[in-house]
Design a protein. Structure first.
Length: 215
């Protein structure tokens, strides 16, 4: 009599798993700093000609969403620093936004905007112009001019003729320097001192200078 050895059952190739019913969480859209800013709706109808640029936003500062402000007038008493400023740039049409606070960090002006909480959110604001109402800055003397008034003005030299338009102004020591660029992209930097500046005609949008060509 032959004895039969029962065969062992085959092992499955792998454990069978029931299909998962867990749904993956949808990815939330990443919001940039421009989207997070809180508009100051009460000021959105302010005419642009009633505003003046006081500086440009620089690098982020700290871990709570602060950003430096490079002032057009480094000696400003900041009497204009309030709860609302206007921002303007290539990707940002003129918009009034709410400000959370201002701080002086060793000679650097740092501003924190409402709705911005960290460096990643604030980086996109770098390079935007900051504007405030002109009436907050008071009046200017005959030899003082707002940077916003100078930008775009045509510059004419007494000897060399037209030099181009003012495209930037920056502080250098005790005097400002005007960066003038012509249509070919050539630039000349002119110290804004009485020695070189003959006349600034804001009504005509023209500046007359007598500045020798650098050798």
């Amino acid at each position: 009599m032959t004895t039969m050895t029962p065969k062992r059952p085959r092992r499955p190739n792998g454990p069978s798993r029931a299909p998962s019913t867990k749904r993956s969480s949808p990815r939330l859209p990443i919001r940039s700093g421009l989207d997070l800013l809180i508009p100051a709706g009460d000021h959105e109808n302010t005419p642009e000609d009633e505003l003046v640029r006081i500086g440009r936003l620089g690098r982020h500062w700290g871990v709570r969403g602060g950003i430096t402000l490079r002032l057009d007038n480094p000696h400003s008493a900041m009497e204009w620093a309030g709860d609302v400023v206007w921002l303007r740039g290539e990707a940002c049409p003129l918009t009034p936004v709410e400000v959370d606070g201002w701080a002086d960090k060793g000679g650097k002006v740092v501003v924190t905007f409402a709705g911005i909480a960290n460096p990643e959110q604030v980086r996109v604001l770098t390079g935007l112009d900051v504007l405030v109402p002109k009436n907050l800055l008071g009046t200017t003397d005959n030899d003082e001019h707002f940077v916003s008034d100078l930008l775009g003005m045509q510059v004419e030299d007494a000897t060399r003729g037209p030099l181009g338009a003012v495209v930037n102004v920056f502080a250098a020591g005790d005097a400002d320097v005007w960066v003038v660029r012509n249509e070919q992209g050539n630039e000349v930097m002119i110290p804004a001192v009485r020695q070189f500046v003959i006349e600034v005609d804001r009504d005509a949008g023209r500046i007359r200078v007598d500045y020798p060509e650098p050798e």
